[in-house]
Design a protein around this ligand. Structure first.
Ligand code: FAD
Length: 483
């Protein structure tokens, strides 16, 4: 925290201090710089202040104060988002939920836990694993990201192929609406309530409908057995075919991940090298879990499929230490790009699995056209691609080229019948690309929903849906404040 000088405080800042206390509000420029963006660093905007709330009552009071003053605001968890969802356009107040980080209730008998929104994802599994339970959604950022942020983004992860993404694990939410009212949704674990599926609507709404202040999640019993396979391929088409063949054989692995050659170069240069061969085209990381008795049969079938598709080498993890190393190497994937490039842009398209080879060819063509290297990391089993566009922001024009290349990758995904985001959300980054998949009427229907919850567009404005002419305007505004 920067040194606070005695100075005349902005009226809004003074009101926020009155609510939460002086130590819980940042307002000096040097303190605010860290909040100019989230993990998507291509757009930056300076907030007016950051306020750290500790209770839902704080959230209600802060929201009411900002409504009265007509100051827009943004909820923020750990700031690991990759689409600019928590990035200010300029002048918003950031409401940070990181100090609301307690587990409020654990009910092993009914397999659920109640947490505050700032509770860190991985901490949940760590706190119940000795009792034989875990929380399934496992974004690679799980050591840092909050469950509140996961709800807002409907986050996925490597093990979401079999177990589903965040929305499949949320039983109830408490939300502070933009008018300051508190809303409880979900019926304490009773599935299929009558009426509209508000839990489904709120999960993935990217912080534009309300601020989540309490979350009831499902917890699962640890699987009896688990085995992990690593398969090296000389040809990415063979690897892609193996992915399709595993799923068509009726096996649903817990995880089915792929990395291409450039991604492998990155992870081998980073913190957890495995010693992958440097001359392969791709590897598959496949995990099977469940009742111990069935696992070996599934592994045999996977090995057969891999061999039938010309695998160069395939092996099963010898022990938990080896398995953990393979996963640490995989989960390092995005960060590892920093070892081979000054900057990188993560994209997040979804495609039908069977179109993988042709989509990869088109991404390679984009890479050539824009003269930028593109690494690929995939949740291959569910067709979720992460092209990572490597660039150097210090080279004039390269950031813009990277952004355009990223947008073209998403167009390719949309054109084969896929989507522009699998798990990272739309945020600022992809609001213009929403037009690749939705008509004006479809977008109007969805923005009407936002208006019901957030009529003044005071909560996280300018995110998710382009308002007419607005996304262009926003992108220009952002450019002005870019550092
Ligand atoms: C290295 C790395 C790896 C990643 N891997 C994955 C991955 O495997 N899968 C995946 O899905 N994502 C991944 N992500 C993206 C990111 O971690 C997720 O989107 C995560 O859910 C964001 O959580 P957060 O706490 O950081 O939220 P933030 O970045 O702070 O916020 C994200 C959005 O949620 C909103 N929000 C936050 N808290 C609340 C709240 N309490 N109420 C309402 N709205 C709120 C914000 O306004 C914003 O729109 C990765 C990111 C990084 C940096």
């Amino acid at each position: 925290m920067g040194k606070r000088k005695k100075q005349h405080l902005d009226r809004v800042v003074q009101q926020l201090i009155n609510i939460v206390g002086e130590r819980e509000v940042l307002y000096l420029k040097e303190d605010l710089i860290a909040y100019e963006c989230d993990g998507y660093t291509m757009a930056k905007g300076m907030p007016r202040a950051v306020v750290f709330v500790k209770s839902k009552e704080h959230v209600v009071e802060v929201v009411k104060c900002l409504n009265k003053e007509k100051i827009p605001y943004i909820a923020r968890g750990a700031g690991t988002g990759l689409s600019g969802g928590a990035t200010p356009l300029g002048g918003e107040v950031i409401i940070s939920l990181v100090r609301m980080k307690r587990m409020l209730h654990l009910d092993l008998e009914n397999r659920k836990a109640v947490v505050e929104p700032g509770y860190i994802n991985l901490k949940l599994t760590q706190s119940i694993s000795d009792k034989g339970y875990y929380y399934a959604p496992d974004p690679s950022s799980q050591y840092a990201c909050t469950i509140g942020g996961n709800v807002a983004e409907n986050s996925g992860g490597a093990h979401c192929l079999k177990y589903g993404v965040t929305t499949n694990h949320i039983l109830g939410l408490e939300i502070v609406l933009p008018n300051g009212e508190i809303m409880e949704i979900g019926a304490d674990g009773i599935p299929d309530q009558p009426g509209y599926d508000l839990l489904g609507l709120l999960t993935g709404s990217e912080g534009t409908l309300g601020i989540v202040t309490k979350i009831t999640v499902k917890i699962l019993k640890n699987p009896q057995g688990k085995k992990t396979v690593l398969a090296y391929y000389d040809d990415i088409t063979d690897a892609s075919q193996a992915v399709s063949d595993i799923i068509s054989a009726g096996i649903i692995p817990a995880a089915l991940e792929m990395m291409d050659a450039i991604a492998i170069e990155g992870v081998e240069a980073a913190a957890y090298p495995v010693g992958h061969p440097q001359d392969i085209a791709a590897f598959l990381l496949i995990e099977v879990d469940g009742i111990a008795a069935g696992i070996d049969d599934q592994i045999d079938e996977i090995l057969t499929v891999c061999k039938r598709n010309n695998v160069r080498e395939v092996k099963v993890a010898r022990d938990e230490a080896e398995r953990a190393l393979w996963w640490a190497n995989r989960k390092m994937g995005f960060g590892a790009m920093g070892a081979i490039s000054p900057d990188y842009l993560v994209q997040d398209g979804v495609i039908p699995r069977t179109r993988l080879p042709e989509v990869l060819d088109q991404i390679a063509a984009i890479s050539k056209r824009y003269e930028l290297r593109i690494a690929n990391i995939f949740h291959a089993g569910d067709g979720n691609l992460h092209p990572l566009i490597l660039y150097d922001a210090s080279v004039p024009g390269e950031s813009e080229r990277a952004a355009k290349a990223g947008s073209e990758c998403l167009k390719v995904c949309a054109d084969v019948g896929g989507s522009i985001t699998g798990e990272h959300g739309v945020g600022i980054e992809k609001s213009a690309e929403m037009r690749f998949i939705f008509s004006d009427e479809e977008m109007a229907a969805q923005t009407d929903i936002r208006t019901v919850f957030n009529p003044e567009d005071i909560l996280n404005p300018g995110k998710l849906f382009p308002q007419p002419g607005r996304c262009v305007e926003v992108k220009q505004e952002m450019k002005k404040v870019e550092v």
